[in-house]
Ligand binder design. Structure first.
Ligand SMILES: NC(=O)c1ccc[n+]([C@@H]2O[C@H](COP(=O)([O-])OP(=O)(O)OC[C@H]3O[C@@H](n4cnc5c(N)ncnc54)[C@H](OP(=O)(O)O)[C@@H]3O)[C@@H](O)[C@H]2O)c1
Length: 197
C-alpha cells in the first residue's frame, strides 16, 4: 500500500487526482493544504485512508514533519514555485524520501511550437531547474490546458522534443499521476509534456 503526500491538495488537479487515488487504488493519502476545512466537507470516498495537514509548503518545519513514512510526494502548487521547490527538495533530502511528482506547465523550455510564454512561466521554469538539479527520483509533468473531457487519452513528449497539441483532460492527468505514484521507476528523472493523443 503506497503512501502519498499531496502538496497543494485543494488545487483543481489535486482534488481530481485525490478522487482517482481513493476510488481506484488502496493508497493512503496525506492532504497538505492551507485551510483544510475546504476539503473536510465534501464527501471523499474511502475517507478512512485520508489525513490532513493544514499548512503552507513554505513552512519548512511542518513540511519536514509531513515527510516521514511517505513513499511519494505529489506537488500540485502555484505561486512562488521556486521557493516551494527548494523547500520540498530540502525536506525530502533531509528525511531520505526520493520519489517526487511535480506539476509544471507546457512551455517552460520554449518547446511549444509557435508560442513564447516568457515571464509568466518563470516560476515554472525556475522550480523545474531546482528539481532537475536535485538527486531526487522526480517526474516533472508539463501539461497542456486542462479540459473536463472524460476520455483518458494522452501522449507524452520528452524534454528536448516539441510539445504536441494544446490541451489535456484532467482524467488523463490523474490517470498518469496515479500510475507514476504506484510505479517507483516509471519515468524517473524525466520531464514529460502531456497532451491529448
Ligand atoms: N489549468 C490549466 O489549464 C493548467 C495548464 C498547465 C499547467 N497548469 C498548472 O498546473 C498546476 C496545478 O493546476 P491546478 O489547476 O490544480 O492549480 P490550482 O487550482 O491553482 O492549485 C494550486 C494550489 O497550490 C496551492 N498553493 C499555492 N501556494 C502554496 C503554498 N505556499 N503552500 C501550500 N499550498 C499552496 C494553492 O492553495 P490555496 O488553495 O490555499 O490557494 C492551490 O490550492 C498549477 O501550477 C497550474 O498553473 C495549469
Amino acid at each position: 500500500m503506497t503512501r502519498v503526500l499531496i502538496l497543494g491538495a485543494n488545487g483543481q488537479l489535486a482534488r481530481h487526482t485525490t478522487k482517482f487515488f481513493l476510488e481506484r487504488t488502496d493508497a493512503r493519502l496525506t492532504l497538505y493544504l492551507r485551510r483544510a476545512n475546504r476539503l473536510q466537507k465534501p464527501v471523499l470516498p474511502n475517507r478512512d485512508r485520508v489525513n490532513f495537514i493544514e499548512s503552507d509548503v513554505l513552512d519548512r518545519k511542518t513540511l519536514m514533519t509531513a515527510m516521514p513514512g511517505q513513499d511519494v510526494v505529489y506537488a500540485n502548487l502555484a505561486g512562488d514555485m521556486a521557493a516551494q521547490a527548494r523547500a520540498i527538495v530540502d525536506a525530502m533530502q533531509t528525511t531520505g524520501l526520493k520519489r517526487l511528482i511535480f506539476i509544471s506547465s507546457m512551455g517552460i523550455y520554449g518547446e511549444v511550437p509557435g508560442e513564447k510564454y516568457r515571464s509568466v512561466l518563470d516560476p515554472y521554469r525556475d522550480s523545474a531547474a531546482v528539481i532537475e538539479a536535485s538527486d531526487l527520483d522526480y517526474t516533472l509533468l508539463r501539461p497542456g490546458w486542462f479540459t473536463q473531457e472524460r476520455a483518458i487519452d494522452y501522449k507524452l513528449t520528452q524534454k528536448g522534443e516539441p510539445f504536441q497539441g494544446h490541451d489535456v483532460s484532467l482524467n488523463s492527468l490523474s490517470d498518469l499521476i496515479v500510475k507514476l505514484a504506484l510505479s517507483p521507476t516509471l519515468h524517473v528523472r524525466c520531464s514529460l509534456g502531456v497532451s491529448k493523443a
